[in-house]
Design a protein around this ligand. Structure first.
Ligand SMILES: [Zn+2]
Length: 614
């Protein structure tokens, strides 16, 4: 009796304690397995859904609640998204007051008919775009539970990203279209109301069966399982077979993704091309004079994928679909929705940008609410390089950045509306401060990292970051650690300033005087943000020499990647507003002294960067 008691009571205890201990040691992430059946009615734009969701709690915590997102509920008058769109100083032109004007047949909604945990009804309440669920039984660390749900939904008129009848006549752009479990991570639950921006969700597998009118062509995340059954040559575009029955069920499977998008239109043309050694690319668009540039898109997309895979990491999924739909360009796993009436440059630009989100968001799934700049900024940076590879001239790199991301960042600083990039994406005071921070300042962060640690170390950092953190939810610290380990330099200071503050860089050349037969140069830090400096001295005979002043807080120097001779000066301590160094020889020999001749240092005032000998 006693023996049995001990066995029963203590064995599980020991197990739980050890399990808890080992889980707390390292990284963990939750896991989902969705199975959904959707019965879609194209007459009234509504659908019935049933969803089975196996949820595995890999956290060290016992969970007593779970939360789901109901994104379509945002498309109703007086929703948080509607009010936010009408009250923000600079509303998104695609939204403005359009939600307020929707009538009952045009709004979006999800109604939950039934929600069970392991077969028994659970209590839940719906609060706008979020379901709060009180679990029947808590989910212990390491254990799984299965939720089953039936729901009915109406697809809203397309306002933002998702919806029906987009402005180019695509019937259904189905993003954020199903009740979706919120993510739980080391910061807890992320059940933010949907007010128009940013997504974050658990990794897992999706099986989605979509039953829809047989005249429709469906494009989606994942791999179509039954091309023969539906009589549609998915692998073999163009060989459409006559279909039978009023509806068809399209069966898709996607493994190890964190979202599922689909789109449907009766007039989609479907083109397929292979990236040699890479994924199959699918293009879905309506043929019209406005989409004639799509004919050139497959070839350029193959070239883009080859360049991206070589420089930023291998694309691990079998397919990627470029789908005409939505309201601009938005990334989803294995697919993107883009508007298609574009010039060639714009069409390729948006395709490259959204495809690159497969790396920075699709695979490196940072929480967009907190690290939108790691998605948009890194994507913008890599897009600029890819577009240069496709369209640019050699040696154009610096101009490309200065004309884009750097200029956007300088405009943001000048506007006086800059907020720290650590601001939650939904809570920026203005849309423009959000987008310039996320896209421009985010891209500059990575271009400028090359200035700090060297381009080779920066490029290696990006690849290593991808290989170590793909299929996970990295945050800023994870990226910084990779950059530090790759470069051997301390970099926390850079991100403390660049991300958590709006402090700016401004250096100038101060006094230049002869001293003891040499030239003494004073450099002045005018801005609060300290940086290592490359100072290029041009001599009257046309020769140049580089003087490099590292920061003491870097604990090291970047390698010399410049073809110029480089003098490594003593460390500059950030507390010191001025810094002096000496150039050997006569003042008369010097033509000019310039701080950063590359343009990669985001110095907000370049007027004081150059001293010229007159
Ligand atoms: Zn983007």
């Amino acid at each position: 009796m006693k023996y049995n008691f001990i066995k029963k009571a203590f064995f599980p205890l020991i197990f739980v304690v050890t399990g808890h201990f080992s889980l707390a040691q390292g990284y963990w992430q939750q896991r989902v397995e969705y199975k959904m059946d959707v019965d879609f009615d194209v007459q009234n734009h509504q659908f019935q859904g049933s969803q089975s969701l196996k949820y595995t709690n890999n956290s060290p915590d016992t969970l007593y609640n779970v939360f789901y997102h109901l994104y379509f509920n945002a498309f109703q008058p007086e929703s948080m998204m509607d009010v936010r769109s009408r009250t923000i100083e600079d509303p998104d032109g695609r939204v403005t007051d359009r939600i307020q004007k929707l009538d009952n047949s045009q709004v979006g909604y999800h109604k939950i008919n039934e929600l069970k945990q392991d077969g028994s009804d659970v209590d839940f309440i719906i609060e706008g775009t979020v379901i709060e669920v009180d679990l029947l039984k808590p989910i212990l660390p390491g254990l799984s539970t299965t939720f089953s749900m039936t729901f009915e939904s109406q697809v809203p008129i397309q306002i933002r990203r998702s919806g029906r009848n987009n402005k180019e006549g695509i019937d259904y752009s189905m993003a954020q279209w199903f009740p979706k479990l919120a993510e739980y991570d080391e910061r807890g639950w992320h059940a933010h109301p949907y007010i128009g921006r940013e997504f974050y969700a658990p990794w897992g597998d999706y099986e989605v069966n979509l039953t829809i009118d047989r005249d429709y062509v469906v494009a989606a995340t994942g791999v179509l399982q039954n091309p023969n059954e539906i009589g549609y040559g998915y692998e073999d575009a163009g060989t459409e077979v006559k279909r039978k029955g009023k509806t068809l069920t399209w069966k898709f499977k996607a493994e190890n993704v964190h979202d599922f998008v689909w789109a449907a239109d009766p007039d989609y043309k479907h083109v397929v091309t292979d990236v040699p050694g890479g994924p199959v690319l699918h293009f879905f668009y309506q043929e019209s004079p406005e989409t004639k540039e799509w004919e050139k898109l497959p070839e350029l997309s193959v070239k883009a994928f080859q360049y991206i895979e070589k420089n930023f990491g291998e694309y691990p999924f079998p397919h990627y679909s470029i789908i005409q739909g939505g309201d601009g360009g938005m990334e989803y796993p294995m697919a993107t929705l883009i508007t298609g009436h574009r010039s060639l440059r714009s069409l390729v630009g948006v395709t490259v940008h959204e495809a690159l989100h497969s790396w920075y968001q699709g695979l490196l799934a940072t929480n967009e609410s907190y690290y939108a700049w790691m998605d948009e900024g890194y994507t913008s940076y890599a897009s600029a390089l890819t577009m240069m590879h496709l369209f640019g001239e050699e040696g154009e790199k610096v101009d490309w950045f200065n004309n884009g991301s750097y200029r956007g960042y300088y405009a943001l600083v000048k506007s006086g509306k800059e907020e720290p990039m650590s601001t939650h994406s939904d809570t920026y005071e203005t849309n423009s401060a959000y987008s310039r921070a996320a896209y421009s300042k985010g891209a500059v962060s990575i271009a400028q990292l090359g200035y700090i640690i060297g381009e080779e170390a920066r490029n290696k950092t990006l690849l290593r970051y991808f290989n170590e953190w793909k299929f996970k939810h990295p945050d800023l610290n994870d990226f910084v650690r990779v950059a530090e380990k790759t470069s051997g330099l301390e970099l926390d200071w850079y991100y403390d300033y660049w991300v958590n503050s709006t402090k700016t860089i401004d250096y100038g050349v101060g006094k230049v005087e002869e001293f003891d037969g040499n030239v003494l140069v004073e450099v002045v830090r005018e801005g609060a943000l300290p940086m290592p400096l490359d100072i290029v001295v041009t001599f009257k005979d046309g020769s140049k020499k580089s003087y490099y002043a590292p920061l003491s807080i870097m604990r090291g120097e970047k390698p010399n990647e410049n073809e110029l001779d480089r003098v490594v000066l003593p460390d500059w301590k950030w507390t010191h507003p001025t810094y002096n160094f000496q150039i050997e020889g006569d003042m008369d020999n010097i033509q000019s002294i310039e701080i950063d001749d590359t343009g990669l240092l985001a110095d907000v005032n370049r007027e004081n960067n150059t001293w010229t000998n007159k």
